[in-house]
Write a protein that binds this ligand. Structure first.
Ligand SMILES: Cc1ncc(COP(=O)(O)O)c(C=O)c1O
Length: 218
């Protein structure tokens, strides 16, 4: 791992009191903007239930849609795999952590989805910040639904493309943005969620596809 020595020096030079003041200042700004967030310890119960603050609740706020996280067959398989292969890859995939099981999993996923290939990521967030910069770069344009998940906005930032937001599911605004800006860029990428996780509504994929085709290579 490389580390900028100047950086290390600067970090050591911050006095604890100034770090605390810096943290307080940041937290105050978040509170003022109603953007401060807190963790709420929540134990998973059976089925759709969860226990939080001493109460048993029905959870409508998870993505364990099929209850797989508590399925005895999966638990057994995970315990068995841990015994056989260990509790972690032990290294990044690009170095020496590319266990042959990944290739087997990815081949099966690709066959299931009917695609040429597949790549697995450690989480949904990582998948989106990892994949958006693959498609576009500095010379390109991203047009993104303003309500797309935060990880897609993070991926767009990492890609360093010019990034324009369109109002949620507003195809007229998207069309206008593409008509105005598409020609100034090498490639353009339209980003949206399929199903929006906070509200449950869907993106009009057929209309989005038609707009992508209309502005293709303009
Ligand atoms: C639409 C959407 N994308 C991405 C994510 C991030 O997924 P993960 O929690 O696996 O990082 C979530 C998480 O809730 C999501 O709802």
């Amino acid at each position: 791992m490389t580390c900028n020595p100047e950086w290390r020096y600067r970090l050591i030079m911050i006095k604890p009191s100034s770090l605390a003041a810096f943290a307080e200042q940041k937290l105050d700004a978040l509170r003022d903007a109603a953007l401060d967030r807190h963790l709420h310890p929540t134990a998973r119960g059976a089925g759709m239930t969860a226990r939080r603050h001493g109460q048993d609740l029905i959870s409508f706020s998870d993505n364990d849609y099929l209850g797989l996280s508590t399925d005895p067959r999966l638990i057994e398989a995970a315990v068995d795999a841990t015994r056989r292969y260990g509790a972690g890859a032990g290294a990044s995939r690009l170095v020496s952590g590319d266990h042959p099981l990944y290739a087997r999993l990815e081949a099966r996923l690709a066959a299931f989805k009917g695609t040429e290939d597949a790549v697995v990521f450690g989480s949904g967030y990582l998948a989106n910040i990892g994949s958006v910069p693959v498609f576009v770069g500095r010379e390109d344009l991203i047009v993104i639904d303003e309500w797309a998940h935060a990880c897609l906005h993070s991926g767009a930032r990492l890609a360093q493309s010019r990034c324009l937001r369109f109002p949620h599911n507003d195809m007229h605004s998207l069309d206008h943005l593409l008509a105005t800006h598409r020609r100034d860029h090498r490639h353009a990428l339209i980003i949206t969620d399929g199903v929006f996780s906070m509200d449950g509504d869907q993106a009009p994929l057929a209309e989005l596809t038609a707009l992508a085709q209309k502005h293709q290579g303009c």
